[in-house]
Design a protein around this ligand. Structure first.
Ligand code: COA
Length: 344
C-alpha cells in the first residue's frame, strides 16, 4: 500500500510587494533584505482575504490537476471533492481564533461532505506534520482513500510591522496536495513505487520562546478595551542556529537510515525561511546548493504553505518527474522540525 501525491495546487494573492516598496514604509533596504535572506518580494493578501480563501483556491487547483493528469472516474473537481475522506490544514493564521477549525470552512466550501477535517498548528513544520498525519490516517482504515493536505497563511496580518528584523521575512499564500492510497499493482515509478516513503518528525520545546505570538492565548488573553494585537515576535539568531542544525540533522539522518546517496536525490525541497539558512545547511552537508529548490526570492516565508507551493511549481513545470526521489525538510516555531522522503 502506498500513499501517493496525485495532484498539487497553489494560490498566491495578486499583490506583489517588493523590498523597495517595503522600504518606503519601514526602515530597511532592498540590499539588506536580499543579502541577509535572499528575499526580493512577497505577496500580501487583500483585507477581505483570510487563510481559508487561499486554502480553498489552492485545493481546487490540486483537484483540477489530479483530474487532468490521472485517469479518474470523477468528472469534475466537485465530484472529486465528494470522495475526500480527510482534509488536513496547516496554518498559523486560521480564520478564527480557537474555533471553528479552518479546515471545516474549507470542507464546507469544497462540498467535501464525507471528509473529516483537522487543523495542524505546528507553525512552519505544519505541512510536514500534516502529510504524515494524513498518510497515517489513510493507512489506518481501509475505507479511507483520499485526503487533501493544505498549507494556507496570511502571515502579513500577524507580523509586527514595527519590527524590521521579522516583518520583512514573511508573505501570504497557500499550497495543497491531493493524496490517494493506491495498491502496489498501480503506477510504479522507474525505481520503485511512488509515494510518501518515510517521515521524520521532531520537536524541541525548550526553544518555545524563540518564535511566539505572545498575546491572545489563555496565558495572556486579550482583555476588553485593550488595543494590543496578537503579533509574531522572534529571536532571529536563535532560530537561525536551530534551523541550520535541524535541516542538516533531518537530511543526514534520512539519508543514512534509508541508505540514500546524494546522487539518488533529484531535489531537496526545504521550507523557505531564509536562503542563507539553506546555503549554510548545504555547505555543512557537503551538497551542492543546486540540490535545494529555492523560490523564497519571490514569495518570502509563507510558513506552512512554502513546501506545497514549491511542490506545485516543480510538478507543473515538469521539473519533478515520476520516479524522482525528493526530501522535504522544514522547521518552525515550537520549536519543531521534520522531513518527508517522497518518490514522485
Ligand atoms: N533592514 C535593515 N537592517 C536590519 C533589518 C532590516 N529589515 N533587520 C535587522 N537589521 C539590522 C539590525 O538592527 C542590526 O543592526 P545593528 O547591528 O546596528 O544593531 C543588524 O541588522 C543585524 O541584525 P541581526 O538581527 O543580528 O541580523 P542577522 O544577521 O541575525 O539576520 C535574520 C537577521 C532575521 C535575517 C536572521 O537572524 C534569520 O534569518 N533568522 C531566522 C529567522 C527565521 O527563519 N524565522 C522563521 C522560522 S520558520
Amino acid at each position: 500500500m502506498t500513499i501517493e501525491i496525485i495532484g498539487t495546487g497553489r494560490a498566491l494573492p495578486p499583490r506583489r510587494v517588493s523590498n523597495g516598496e517595503l522600504a518606503e514604509r519601514i526602515d530597511t533596504s532592498d540590499a539588506w533584505i536580499r543579502s541577509h535572506t535572499g528575499i526580493a518580494a512577497r505577496r500580501i493578501a487583500g483585507e477581505e482575504t483570510a487563510a481559508s480563501d487561499l486554502g480553498i483556491a489552492a485545493a481546487r487547483e490540486a483537484l483540477n490537476l489530479a483530474l487532468e493528469r490521472n485517469r479518474m472516474a470523477e468528472q469534475t473537481p466537485e465530484d472529486l471533492a465528494r470522495t475526500l475522506d480527510l482534509i488536513v490544514l496547516g496554518s498559523t493564521t486560521q480564520d478564527y481564533y480557537g474555533c471553528p477549525a479552518t479546515s471545516c470552512l474549507i470542507q464546507r466550501e469544497l462540498g467535501a461532505k464525507k471528509a473529516a477535517a483537522l487543523d495542524i498548528t505546528m507553525a512552519c513544520s505544519s505541512f510536514i506534520y500534516g502529510l504524515e498525519t494524513a498518510a497515517a490516517l489513510l493507512k489506518a482504515d481501509p475505507r479511507r482513500r483520499r485526503a487533501l493536505v493544505i498549507g494556507a497563511e496570511v502571515l502579513t496580518r500577524i507580523v509586527n510591522w514595527e519590527d524590521r528584523g521579522s516583518c520583512v521575512l514573511f508573505g501570504d499564500g497557500a499550497g495543497a496536495v491531493l493524496l490517494e492510497k493506491t495498491g502496489p499493482e498501480n503506477r510504479a515509478g522507474p525505481d520503485g513505487e511512488p509515494g510518501i516513503l518515510r517521515t521524520i518528525l521532531g520537536a524541541d520545546g525548550s526553544g518555545w520562546e524563540h518564535l511566539i505570538i505572545r498575546r491572545g492565548g489563555s496565558r495572556h488573553p486579550l482583555k476588553k478595551g485593550e488595543d494590543a494585537v496578537p503579533e509574531v515576535s522572534m529571536n532571529g539568531r536563535a532560530v537561525y542556529t536551530f534551523a541550520v542544525a535541524a535541516i542538516t540533522g533531518v537530511i543526514r539522518r534520512m539519508m543514512e537510515e534509508e541508505r540514500i546517496l546524494p546522487e539518488d536525490l533529484a531535489l531537496i525541497v526545504p521550507h523557505q525561511a531564509n536562503a542563507r539558512i539553506v546555503q549554510a545547511a548545504a555547505k555543512r552537508l557537503g551538497m551542492p546548493e543546486e540540490k535545494f529548490y529555492l523560490n523564497i526570492e519571490e514569495y518570502a516565508n509563507t510558513s506552512s504553505a512554502s513546501i506545497p507551493i514549491a511542490l506545485d511549481e516543480l510538478n507543473r513545470s515538469g521539473r519533478l518527474k515520476r520516479g524522482n526521489l525528493i526530501i522535504t525538510v522544514g522547521f518552525g516555531a515550537g520549536l519543531t522540525y521534520g522531513g518527508n522522503l517522497i518518490r514522485w
